[in-house]
Structures are given as C-alpha cells and as structure tokens.
Write a protein that binds this ligand. Structure first.
Ligand code: PLP
Length: 274
C-alpha cells in the first residue's frame, strides 16, 4: 500500500486495522477503549491465519514436523518477550491466559504457600480488581491481612502513606505501574527498593505500561511483573508473568497437566507436599 503525503499518521494507522473500516450509527468507527483491549492490526491477523493454515499443532507435545515448527515459533515468542522487558533469562517468562491468570498464579502458588496469619500484603486503592480479588482469596485462606495505600490530593500514589504501611510484617507489595483508572505512573523502582528493605516481595501489574512505554524488569527490580497481550495488539488469550528465576523455581505448579507428561507417576504420594 502506498501513502500519499496528505495522509496523517492516524489515517495510515487506521489502514492497518480492518475493524475500523466500518461505520457505526452512520459515522466512521472511532475506537478509544484501548486500555480495556486493543484492536488487532493486519499483521497480527495475517500471522494468526498463517499459523492455522501452515503449522497449527501441539506445542511441546508432538514429534512431527508441524509440532516442531509450532514449538519453535512459541519459543521464539518467549525470546522476544524476554528482550522486550529485559528479563535476565528466557526461563523467567511464563505464558499465561491473561494478566489475571498471571496474578492468580503468584497468589495460589506463592501466596497460599508462603503467607501466615498476621502477615501483610500491601495493595493500593487504585488497583484493578484483578490485583485485589486474588489477594482477598489468599488472605481468607491464610489469615494474612490486606493493607491499601491511599492517594495524594492530586490522585497519585501516596508514597509517604506507603512507607508508613511498610513493616517487618509486610510480605508482599502488589501495585499497578500505570493506573488504568487514573493514568498516573507509579514510581515502581522506588517502591521495590523500599519494600525489599523489609524483605517483602513485589509484584508489578504492568498491564497499562508494557504496551506504552519501555519497561525493564531488571531496572525496576521487581520480583514478578504481569502484562496482557490483548491490550497490546496480540490476540485475546495471552498474558505474561515475569518472575525472578530463583522465585519461579521455588514455586509449586499452579495448574497440572498440559506439558507435564513427564510428571506422571504411579506413586501418588509424590505430590503430597505440593
Ligand atoms: C491495570 C490492569 N490490571 C489487570 C487487568 C486485567 O488484565 P487481563 O484482561 O489481561 O486479565 C487490566 C485490564 O483492564 C488492567 O487494566
């Protein structure tokens, strides 16, 4: 496709999104709800079509050509995500269904197994409910307690209040990077430094930052970070969990089956401790 000089960048970008080539209520469709989910450009739609037409197969679970090709593409995507968020190793990237599942993975695998009655989890009042409800489940089961950082009068995260909430009881801080409701950018590297002084772990909900700004997990210093594919032009049904390798290795499986064929034992006591 060639572009004339009169076309604005917006016109050019619109060409990439077939869903925008329609009218709603007699007017050209304008879509502003990208924070909820983004539309998908032709390149993504073509890639999906190519996958299903050329090499759809089980990833990591087949010995035939299509499976090898699908596995290669799947692992190449892991390398791209590793570089995109600057993880130290590709083993630190886990694919999930969405950010909600990534948070639940940490809540069930780490939270349920590491929190005791009286331990504290710090969230903020600006969290998406996907970063609240899993922790409510965890506190109901473990007896840990939720604390919420308030906002400043300017509706940004109140860092002074955060520092007051931090104590030796704090075991986890789970906060959003860029708020989906307020649009503010939280000082996540500083939050990690402060929380780590008390030995607390930090999870960053980066759903709204990864699509729009450089996000470097090593520079932030977080223990886990979650993001969502469908908010950054990927198909629905893909999320990522970044986790520091030693933490991920210490976390028991959250879901069983799938690629865990080698884990099948006839001795059922093997998993009694999970
Ligand atoms: C800040 C934030 N966290 C979490 C989520 C949930 O993401 P997902 O749909 O990938 O589960 C959203 C979605 O709107 C969000 O904006």
């Amino acid at each position: 496709m060639t572009f004339t000089q009169e076309r604005t960048i917006a016109d050019q970008v619109r060409l990439d999104f077939p869903i925008l080539h329609q009218e709603v209520n007699g007017k050209p469709l304008v879509y502003f709800d990208n924070a909820a989910t983004s539309q998908k450009p032709l390149f993504v739609l073509d890639t999906l079509r190519d996958y299903y037409e050329q090499y759809n197969a089980n990833v990591h679970r087949g010995v035939h050509t299509l499976s090898a090709k699908a596995t290669e593409a799947y692992e190449a995507a892991r390398d791209k995500v590793t570089a995109f968020v600057n993880a130290a190793s590709r083993q630190e990237i886990v694919f999930t269904r969405n950010a909600t599942e990534a948070i639940n993975l940490v809540a069930y695998s780490w939270g349920m197994n590491n929190l005791q009655p009286g331990d504290e989890i710090i969230l903020s009042v600006m969290e998406h409910h996907s970063n609240i409800v899993p922790w409510q489940f965890v506190t109901a089961k473990t007896g840990a307690v939720l604390k919420f950082v308030e906002l400043t009068p300017e509706e940004t995260l109140d860092l002074e209040h955060f520092q007051k909430l931090l104590s030796d009881k704090t075991k986890l801080v789970s906060v959003v990077h860029v708020s989906n409701t307020l649009g503010c950018i939280n000082p996540v590297a500083e939050i990690c430094t402060l929380a780590h002084k008390y030995g607390a772990k930090v999870l960053i909900d980066a759903c709204q930052s990864v699509p729009h700004m450089p996000v470097d997990v090593q520079q932030i210093g977080c223990d886990w970070l979650v993001a969502s594919g469908h908010k950054m032009c990927a198909p629905t049904g893909i999320g990522i969990l970044y986790g520091k390798l030693e933490l991920l290795q210490a976390m028991p499986p959250f879901l069983g089956g799938g690629e865990m064929i080698a884990e099948v034992f006839l001795d059922h006591s093997t998993y009694a401790d999970l």
